[in-house]
Design a protein around this ligand. Structure first.
Ligand code: UD1
Ligand code: UDP
Length: 357
């Protein structure tokens, strides 16, 4: 029996873990124990996903959040290490690119426990992004790298990973698996009156929230787009705090600001939107899964294949680029070819590779 300790902590990690934990549970010879770092802790940022997606309950809660990068990563590293010493895993699994990811990977690597990284090989090539630092370091200490795309495999090859003591698997994207598993269960957010036609917006990136000028420009851009089409905006707690703590342009009345929603409600919003505006990594891909064009509120993306195919336009924080892109997408929606993120069996491939490891 191979014992896997999985570390999760932030919203996108719960969503990624859901299909993988299911696949692990049905793969003979594997057993999984979860650690929740506590990085995300509001009911609608954490517990709701465990409930809706039937994710195994974590055995360990670290309750570490709302700290600077170093303090958060350092405290998680220390706590994760002491749990791993007790749990004695054969393998530690981490997801994505958050501080929880790096802390878990480092704790395991320093105990000489092999690390498996789901969503390996992604690069924005922007070293000012905390996530880019987390990705590069996590990949480097991982022994098993599960890449969602060929571009991710190519990034690792370019960085010399073929020479490192690790195994690279091209699996497809586990978020695609999740979207297929749960699409039929999508449901309208309770107590929200949705406009008939709307743009779905999400914002939370550090680059867009740390500097209020950037958020002010994004608000101007979304306000301009809202003149043409109503906007539904489930707001991340980080962004909520910045909007309420600074003198920013008021949000247009055509923007419906709502609390963060569960995954099933998010699927409903994605399925029924006409355009997505986001700086989220996961939401860029989900726009594509549901055949919605996407305006990305960043200068670059790790999901370059979406931009190359014309499904996603990078608009940074420039309002006029956003309105031009929205106008173009409304005038002519792209014809979506599926297949960029695998066949929906990434989780099964991951479980199989883990049991063969
Ligand atoms: C983190 C990840 C980011 C990921 C995002 C997903 C890092 C460096 N960043 O960013 O890669 O895209 O999660 O959403 O790991 N907060 C709450 N309630 C919550 C969660 C957060 O109030 O449930 C507040 C925190 O107190 C903090 C702020 O939001 O003030 C930011 O949280 P943090 O986890 O540091 O970063 P995110 O922006 O969420
Ligand atoms: N999401 C959600 N409710 C929301 C906003 C996002 O369930 O109110 C989901 C979204 O569908 C995607 C994931 O959260 O599956 C993306 O997480 P986030 O944008 O927080 O982080 P990122 O992907 O940028 O790391």
């Amino acid at each position: 029996m191979i014992k896997i300790v999985t570390i999760v902590g932030a919203r996108p990690q719960f969503i990624k873990a859901a299909p993988v934990s299911k696949a692990i549970a049905s793969q003979q010879g594997l057993r999984e124990v979860l650690i929740h770092t506590g990085q995300h802790f509001d009911q609608n940022m954490s517990e709701v996903f465990f409930d809706q997606m039937d994710i195994p309950r974590p055995r360990h809660f670290l309750n570490i959040h709302s700290l600077s990068h170093g303090a958060m990563t350092g405290r998680m590293l220390e706590e994760a290490e002491s749990i791993m010493i007790k749990e004695k895993p054969d393998l530690v699994m981490v997801y994505g690119d958050t501080n929880s990811t790096l802390a878990g990977a480092l704790a395991a690597a320093k105990l000489n426990v092999p690390v498996a990284h789901v969503e390996a090989g992604l690069r924005s090539h922007n070293m000012e992004m905390p996530e880019e630092i987390n990705r590069i370091l996590t990949d480097r200490v991982s022994r098993i790298l599960f890449c969602p795309t060929k571009a991710a495999v190519n990034n690792l090859t370019r960085e010399g990973f073929a020479e490192f003591p690790c195994k690279i698997h091209l699996t497809g994207d586990v978020m695609y698996d999740a979207s297929l598993l749960f699409a039929d269960k999508a449901r309208k957010p309770a107590k929200v009156r949705l406009p008939a036609h709307f743009v779905l917006a999400t914002i939370h990136r550090e680059a867009n929230t740390k500097n209020p000028d950037n958020l002010a420009n994004i608000i101007r851009g979304i306000n301009q787009v809202a003149e043409k089409r109503a906007v539904v905006f489930p707001i991340h707690p980080r962004t909520y705090k910045v909007i309420h703590g600074n003198d920013l342009p008021p949000l247009s009345k055509k923007i419906k600001l709502i609390e963060p929603v569960g995954y099933l409600e998010m699927l409903h919003l994605l399925q029924n939107s006409q355009l997505v505006m986001t700086d989220s990594g996961g939401v860029q891909k989900e726009a594509y899964f549901f055949k919605k064009p996407c305006i990305t509120l960043r200068e670059e993306t790790e999901w370059t294949e979406l931009v190359d195919a014309g499904y996603n336009k990078l608009c940074g924080t420039t309002p006029d680029l956003m309105t031009d892109a929205a106008r173009d997408f409304f005038a002519e929606a792209p014809v979506f070819q599926q297949g960029l993120y695998g066949n929906g069996n990434a989780s099964a491939k991951i479980a199989k590779a883990l049991s063969d490891s």
